[in-house]
Design a binder for this molecule. Structure first.
Ligand SMILES: *[C@@H]1O[C@H](CO)[C@@H](O)[C@H](O)[C@H]1NC(C)=O
Ligand SMILES: *[C@@H]1O[C@H](CO)[C@@H](O)[C@H](O)[C@H]1NC(C)=O
Length: 228
């Protein structure tokens, strides 16, 4: 078969476009394994599969922007994320590009469920995309970065500590997120640079490299700023 020049060019364009799209594209699935429970029914009624996919996609775009990862080569090689609503206790966790949210948590939540659910997904989606120093980054820092993203997305829950509160920088979650926010104010893009450094390993020296002080000095100054 002889292709006309026009058809040949069209095929080339299609091939080129699909190569670019494949690098940038993340697929999302949402499965409600808790349909028979009150929490599962509330998920379907108040949030639903389609809206969950929108939140997952927004979270991904937001995380790439917070991490300053405009180049796909800087990102983790993830092209699919699966969300499950499961009958379990606790709130949620992420493992192996799967995010699991508790139907009991959804069922019992009082307050703005959509906002809380979004905050939880932004936190868990950060675990999907963040570098972990090939498994050597302290758990408190991992959780702190996930809550830093949640903070920057304005999904901060009311029960969080206030800035300056907490007993140690690597306590994790809200305590570490507030501290990272302080560090990020000292150097715009600090959390992004820290994350990108953790692609292959972790060292407390990264704080010195980026901010000129040890993490313990930074924590002391942070506490002093708030007079705590
Ligand atoms: C609330 O949580 C409890 C235990 O975690 C669970 O048994 C119960 O079904 C939940 N309630 C709703 C409405 O989901
Ligand atoms: C990551 O850690 C594993 C062991 O946990 C090791 O085998 C591997 O070489 C490490 N990869 C890099 C890039 O350091």
């Amino acid at each position: 078969m002889v292709l006309s020049p026009h058809l040949f060019l069209s095929l080339l364009v299609i091939l080129a476009t699909s190569t670019v799209a494949a690098e940038d594209f993340t697929a999302y699935t949402v499965t409600n394994n808790a349909c028979a429970t009150a929490g599962g029914a509330r998920f379907t009624g108040d949030i639903g599969v389609d809206h969950s996919k929108q939140i997952l996609a927004s979270a991904t775009a937001f995380i790439w922007s917070i991490f300053l990862q405009t180049d796909p080569a800087d990102r983790k090689n993830v092209h699919r994320v699966d969300l499950f609503i499961d009958v379990m206790d606790g709130v949620a966790y992420a493992d192996n590009n799967e995010i699991r949210v508790s139907s009991n948590y959804i069922g019992n939540y009082t307050g703005d469920l959509e906002r809380e659910f979004s905050g939880v997904l932004y936190h868990e989606m950060t675990h999907v995309w963040q570098w972990d120093g090939n498994g050597t980054t302290p758990g408190g820092l991992i959780e702190g970065i996930a809550d830093f993203v949640r903070l920057k997305a304005n999904y901060t829950p009311s029960h969080w500590v206030q800035p300056g509160q907490g007993d140690r920088w690597d306590r994790g979650y809200d305590v570490t997120a507030r501290f990272l926010d302080y560090c990020n104010d000292l150097r715009n893009g600090f959390v992004a640079e820290l994350n990108n450094k953790m692609r292959t390993g972790y060292s407390a020296q990264y704080f010195v490299d980026l901010l000129g002080k040890t993490v313990d000095e930074l924590w002391t100054h942070y506490k002093a700023k708030y007079g705590i």
